[in-house]
Structures are given as C-alpha cells and as structure tokens.
Design a protein around this ligand. Sequence first.
Ligand code: UGA
Length: 453
Amino acid sequence: MRISIIGTGYVGLTTAVGLASKGHDVIGVDKRQEQIDLIRQGKCPIYEKGLEELLQKTLSSRKFTLTSDTSNAVSESDISFICVGTPQAEDGQIDLGAIREVAEAIGIALRKKDGFHAVVVKSTVVPGTTLDVVGRIVEEKSGKKAGAGFGLAMVPEFLREGSALLDFLEPDRIVVGVEDARTEKMLSELFRNSFNSPVILVNTKTAEMIKYANNAFLALCISFSNEIAQVCERSGGIDAYDVMDAVTRDGRITVYGADGKKVVPGIAKYLIPGCGFGGSCFPKDLSALSHFGKKLGIKNSLVRESLEINETQMRSVADSASRILGGLKGRAVAVLGIAFKPETDDVRKSPAIPIIEGLLKNGAKVRAYDPQALANIRRQFGGSIEYSKSASEALSGAEMAVVVTRWKEFEKLAPEDFARAMKKARVFDCRGIYDRHAFSNKLEYYRIGYREA
Ligand code: UGA
C-alpha cells in the first residue's frame, strides 16, 4: 500500500520505518527540512534500539522516501497517518496547533486528488478530536464529505520509548477507530496483512479514549505504589518493595501455571515504588484526561490525584536527601540517571529534573551522570551543575549518590564500588535497585519507600 506519514518524531518515524520494512511504499513528511536531511542520510534523530539500522535498510530499498511537501505526499499515497505532536498547553490541555495545520494541508491536497483517501489520526487526541476537528477541517478544505469523499480513522499508538520498534512491529493489539465501511476495509486489510496481532474495531471516539484509559491505568498503578511507599516511609519499619512484591503475587495479578510456576504479568513493572513517572506521555495524557473529565462535570478525579502523588514523590527526594545529610548547603551530591527511564536519551518531564532543582535550591553541588542523556540535560541546567563522563567520576568525592534511573550499568554497581569512589558513602536508591541487606554494614543505604523504625 502507498502510505504517507506526516510528522517524523518518535511515533511517525517508527511507524514509517516499521511499515516500510513490511513492504509498503512509505513517504515521510516533515516541515523541518533539517530533520528530513538527517533522516535521508540514514541518521536516526532519536536513540532507539534497532531503528537506525532498519531506517538505512528501508532507505536503500527505496521503500521509504522523504519530503517536506504534504500535498505531494498525499497525492502519491492512499492513506495518510497524522503523527504530529500534541504538546501540553499552559492550561494542561493539549495543543492542537500542529494537528489543525496538517488537517488543512491534507484537505487542500485532497481537493485536487481523485479517488478515495483515508486520513488516519495517530497522534494522541482527546475524544471527539478526529471527528470534530480533523474531520471538519478536511471537509472544509477539500470540499468533500467524510465517509464518502475521504475516510476518517483513529489508530492510537501504544509504543514505549526504548522498545519502540519492537512494540510497533509486534503490538499486543491494534485499535482501529473508524466511521465508515470503506475505511474499515482498507485499514483492516493493511493491519491484518502486515501484523499477527488482534485488530480491535471501534469508532473513532472510543479509539481516542482507549489510548487515554490505557496510559492513565498504567500511571495510576505507579502512583498507587508510590502512595503505599509514602505511607511505609512515614510509618517506619515497613519496606514498600516487600509490600508491593507480595501484592503483585496475588493470583488475580500474577498467574500461576499448573506446575505452580508463576507467570509474571507485564503490569508488575508498573507496581514498583520509585521516584515517579515522567516522559512525554503519562504526565501530558493524565493532565489532558483530567481536563476532559472536568469539562464533562466530573468532580473527583483519581487521575488528577495520581498526578499530584507523582509530583509529591518527585519533589520529596531532595527533602529526604537534605534530612539525611542534615542540610545540603555546599554538599556534593552525585545524581546517577537523568533520562526519564532507561534505554532512552529523552529527558522530557524526567523525575531527575525536579530532583536536581530541589537539590540546587537547598544549596547542593550537583554532579550528574547518565549513559545517554547528558547532552539533553545540559540544555536545561547549563553551568549550574557539573556533568560527569562516568558513574565513578560523578561519585568521586560525593557525599551522597542519588540513583534516579534504572540503567543496567547502575544495577551492576556493588556496595564496594560506592564505598571506593565516595568521600563518605551514602546511597539514596530511588528505584529499589539494590539489595538493602547487602549494603547495611558497609555504607549508609537509603531507599524510597523505607525508613528504619
Ligand atoms: C508510555 C506507555 O507505556 C506506552 O504504552 C504509550 O504508548 C506511551 O506512553 C505513549 O503514550 O506514547 P513510555 O512513556 O515510553 O510509554 O514509558 P513507560 O515505560 O511506560 O514508562 C513511563 C514512566 O513511568 C517512566 O518515567 C518510568 O520510569 C515510570 N515508571 C514505570 C515508574 O515510575 N514506575 C514503574 O513501576 C514503571
């Protein structure tokens, strides 16, 4: 099939390369010429396992081409996927500026194009946006009717940063929101022929809601675990990790096979106490969903509470560090891990940001290290913190190590590694990486969700 993908960010580029690798003729569109030039050279603008290699393959087979001309891409394809960003606006709702711009360009292109064309929204948008915003604009600009002159659909994306390509190529399920039979047939064929995953057919508003409900559910699980961590910490003598581990083994969460062996469910990864969630999705999506609910008159919002718990959790780290050290003024603190999660260089809404801000506010001298994200965080903090080339450089002479992101190389650090490098070894583990007991006699070890009785 001939497919145009508008927007070559995280979702757009992965979708484009993924569909091209499955044999489709894909045209990637971006208005940023420098982004196109970079991708054309086979360089991946984001750090994502396997993506650059597959990009180069699909470019050399000519299955993937790029342009900045939306009109041309639309006229040369049968389906357009809208993959532009929907950033958080000042009031917490989503900014539809880019969506509107692309819908206009598609509409103008469709006015000149003969034949049926499907317009598919992949960006995360609140229920009703595909029909009421995208559909209306395309109708107005093209002079055609949705469902007759062109098709309208919403296909949310569930990929995770760090495993984006795999998530795209082997999705758990593909949700297809459609309004007319012709678009349903086109997209069902596309997805059923190219993927082995179940296709869930719904209307566009339901598809939009599924995306929000899915992310909100995952984030809620994290905030629930973090609330339990807050209670355990204040109470003293209760380890929140032991609590959540036992809760996760409930037979209604963990499934036990006939041989008694447990099958650890994916959701267990979201039931681990920590210093909070970040990234470009959870905070933004929860905020948009709570605003959407508020507009509908919903007063008590679990989603809003979950955002607040997250904020408290992130901000609590600097306070705990200050309490442990008896003040932070002039004290050297190493922050290990800046990316919002491992296997990515993305620092958007990373918990490391409020943590560093809190440490700086209390007068600490912060030295940061991350295997991938240092360049990105330098833009944020400039000369106000130091940047280290390795974990041991960051630890050297520090009075406390705050471990924020669960990178594999930090998991490998033994108590002796901290003891050797640091002035007075104190580890503050914000992800429950280390065995509390292994540390006890060798150096001071503190962990989110636990305080001595
Ligand atoms: C998330 C969803 O998992 C994807 O399904 C979705 O497609 C994507 O958002 C999106 O809407 O685009 P992602 O933001 O890449 O994906 O990251 P996750 O792996 O889900 O982690 C999100 C955040 O939660 C990270 O900051 C992570 O450190 C944090 N987290 C995760 C915790 O704090 N505790 C946990 O137990 C698990």
